[in-house]
Design a protein around this ligand. Structure first.
Ligand SMILES: NC(=O)c1ccc[n+]([C@@H]2O[C@H](COP(=O)([O-])OP(=O)(O)OC[C@H]3O[C@@H](n4cnc5c(N)ncnc54)[C@H](O)[C@@H]3O)[C@@H](O)[C@H]2O)c1
Length: 345
C-alpha cells in the first residue's frame, strides 16, 4: 500500500523538492497544501504536478477552517509552511508573528483530531544564533545547544521566536497526543528557486548589474551552504526513521566558509576581475554559524553529496537565466543592508 503523505508548504523550495523525491520513488500518495504566493510559482512546477497523481489544495492555512479539507489518516505530515525572509522580518515583523503562529497553532490543533503517525516540523539554525553570539557556544553547533535570541524587541528575531514556539509546540503535542515528531533545523539550504530574498540571488543580480567595485556585506561572517536535494533527503530520512521520536536534527553542510569566500566564488561564474570592498551587513545578522551534522549522519544515515562550490553551479545558473529572461520585479530587487540601519526598531 502507498504511504499517504501531506506536505503543508509543499509548493515551496524545500517542500517541492521533497515532493519530487517521493514522487520519483513511486509508492506514495502525496497531497500538497499551500497558499502558492511565491514569485517563482511557475509553469514548470504545474507541469510537474500535472504529470503526477499529486493532489493540490490551495489556500491560506492561517484560516483554521481550511484544515477541514484535509484527510485525517496521513501517515506523514511535513510542516514546512512559514513566512520567511530577512527582509520580511525587518519590514513586516507583525506578519511574521501572525502568519507563523497561526500556521503552527492550526496544525497542532488539527493534529489532535487525526491519526497522523509521523510529523516533521521545519525549524532553523537562527534559533541558536543568539546563544553563539552571547555565550560563545561550539561551532559547528550540535542539537543540544540552548536556544536563545539576542534582543527580544528586534524585528529580525520574530522569525526565530515563532520557530521556537513551533519546536516546543510540536514536541509537546506529540507527547500528549501520541504522534512521532522530529524537528529539523536547517542551515542555509540553497538551489534553484530558493526564493529571491537570499544572499545568492542578491549577489547574482548585482554581478549582472555590473556593480564595481563589488561590495561584500559582512564578508568576515561565516555560514555553511547545503544543496537542496541533500536538505530534502535529510528531511525524508528523519521523517521515515522508525527509532527517532521527539528528536531534533541539524540538517545542512558542515563546511564553514566566509561570506567573502561565497561571493568571490560566485564572482568566478561572471569572470569578475574587479575590486572587492567590504561593507556592513544587515542588523541582527550573526557573525558565525555552522551546524554539527554528526547526529543526522549517525542516526539517520544523512550524507550531503555536493560541496558548496558544486551546489553553487546549478544555483547561480538558474538565477542568471531567470534574471535575464524576466523583468525584475520589486520583489526580486536587492535592498541595501544600510536601509535597515536607520530608525527601524
Ligand atoms: N531554506 C532554508 O535554508 C531554510 C532554513 C531554515 C528554515 N527553513 C524552514 O523550512 C521551511 C521551508 O522553507 P523553504 O525555504 O522551502 O521556504 P518557502 O518559502 O519556499 O516555502 C514555504 C511555503 O509555505 C507556504 N506558505 C506560507 N504561508 C502560507 C499559508 N498561510 N498557508 C499555506 N501555505 C503557506 C509558502 O507559499 C511556501 O510555498 C520553512 O518552514 C522555513 O522556515 C528553511
Amino acid at each position: 500500500m502507498n504511504r499517504k503523505v501531506l506536505i503543508l508548504g509543499g509548493g515551496g523550495f524545500i517542500g517541492s523538492a521533497i515532493a519530487r523525491i517521493l514522487n520519483a520513488r513511486g509508492n506514495y500518495d502525496i497531497t500538497i497544501a499551500d497558499i502558492f504566493t511565491r514569485d517563482q510559482d511557475d509553469d514548470e512546477f504545474m507541469a510537474f504536478i500535472e504529470s503526477t497523481n499529486i493532489k493540490l489544495i490551495k489556500g491560506d492555512f492561517t484560516d483554521a477552517s481550511l484544515f477541514d479539507d484535509l484527510d485525517k489518516d496521513y501517515e506523514d505530515f511535513y510542516m514546512l509552511a512559514s513566512m520567511i525572509g530577512v527582509n520580511n522580518t525587518l519590514e513586516i515583523p507583525h506578519e511574521i508573528i501572525r502568519v507563523n503562529t497561526a500556521l503552527i497553532y492550526n496544525s497542532l490543533e488539527w493534529l489532535k483530531t487525526t491519526s497522523v503517525k509521523n510529523v516533521v516540523f521545519t525549524s532553523t539554525s537562527e534559533n541558536y544564533s543568539g546563544t553563539i553570539e552571547r555565550f560563545g557556544y561550539d561551532i559547528p553547533t550540535p542539537e543540544d545547544i540552548p536556544l536563545c535570541i539576542d534582543k527580544i524587541d528586534h524585528p529580525r528575531f520574530t522569525y526565530a521566536v515563532t520557530k521556537m514556539l513551533g519546536e516546543s509546540g510540536f514536541m509537546n503535542y506529540a507527547k500528549i497526543f501520541g504522534f512521532k515528531c522530529k524537528i529539523i533545523r536547517y542551515s542555509n539550504i540553497i538551489g534553484p528557486k530558493m526564493g529571491f530574498k537570499h544572499v545568492i540571488p542578491h549577489v547574482v543580480q548585482r554581478f549582472l548589474d555590473n556593480e564595481k567595485p563589488f561590495r561584500i556585506f559582512g564578508g568576515d561572517q561565516t555560514r555553511s551552504f547545503c544543496y537542496i536535494d541533500d536538505g530534502a533527503m535529510g528531511t525524508i530520512l528523519a521523517m521515515e526513521n522508525e527509532s527517532a521520536t521527539n528528536d531534533i536534527f541539524h540538517i545542512g553542510a558542515e563546511e564553514e566558509i566566509t561570506i567573502e569566500d561565497l561571493i568571490k566564488e560566485i564572482g568566478k561564474h561572471f569572470n569578475y576581475s574587479g575590486e572587492y570592498v567590504n561593507a556592513p551587513t544587515y542588523p541582527g545578522s550573526v557573525s558565525r554559524r555552522c551546524p554539527d551534522i554528526t547526529k543526522a549522519k549517525t542516526v539517520l544515515g544523512y550524507k550531503p553529496t555536493l560541496k558548496w562550490q558544486e551546489a553553487l553551479i546549478p544555483t547561480v545558473k538558474w538565477y542568471v537565466d531567470y534574471f535575464k529572461s524576466h523583468e525584475k520585479t520589486k520583489n526580486n530587487s536587492f535592498e541595501e543592508p544600510g536601509k535597515f540601519f536607520s530608525d527601524k526598531k
